[in-house]
Design a protein around this ligand. Sequence first.
Ligand code: GLV
Ligand code: GLV
Length: 323
Amino acid sequence: MKPAILVTRAIFPEVLTKLEQYFEVESNQDDIIFSPTELAARLKGKVGTLATASARINTELLQQVPGLKMIASMAVGYDNIDVPACTAHGVMASNTPEVLNETTADFGWALLMATARRVTESEHWLRAGHWTKWRYDSFLGADVHGATLGIIGMGRIGQAIARRSMGFDMKVVYHNRSRLSAEQEAYANNALYVSKEELLQQADHVVLVLPYSVASHHTIAAAELAMMKPGATLVNLARGGIVDDQALIAALREHRIAAAGLDVFENEPKFHPDFLGLSNVVLTPHIASASEATRRAMANRAADNLIAGLTEGKPRDWLNPPA
Ligand code: GLV
Ligand code: GLV
């Protein structure tokens, strides 16, 4: 008999077909969201799982499923997975890096442009029948071309966002745990390494693309928002929790910064309801990697990791290989 696995959420049918060549697959094409208890119950008797970033993989879960050998997550960020706990329980964990960098960078620009130029706000106004009220000063936004772009988190996605700024004739400043090489900086539109404080003071548009961790929790809170230029925009593509949403809501309400574009939220898929009452925020439901081609590539990469992990003991994107 083939070993059994669980696919925790609905997925492209071709990916299930691929997995079925190797495994007895329990799927969830109705896309029911499992509670932690239900997830543990369904993982009993399974050797592996293909999960998404909404599954919380922690010690409490791992203790209940001693037969589990591998978790293949379909996301690049893996703050939902306690990797040391996986290692302690002998469970391989993998993510899906690389395949989504360019698509996510594209979306960073979509959000930046929509935020700076008030695209969704003006569309809502048009749909509500207000066009006859047009004035010379309707929906004045911030210029993107020629402005200073600040990127916090200069990994592959941050660098791909920086590269795209060349066409807008922008100056790029960045902050990161470590400085890029001179060659990487040159390729990223001559990005200049600065402190977080300098970046917040200089940038007209701030984009967040750093991974979530205890250390990056509330990287942008009240003190940081106070350092930003009054006309600045803030875009969060990374994870909820990197921004203190309550502090951001206060800053947006008082127009201490111009606007924000958010693809991620604290406690998503729930989020702070006060965002809905603000016109100077663009809200999207965590879709930065959601192009047709890239979601397919992510799903296939997660499946390939699971197959390689469970058949050869060596997933390509192994987060906890033996030292
Ligand atoms: C499981 O509940 C998941 O979101 O992958
Ligand atoms: C999406 O947010 C991911 O981490 O892949």
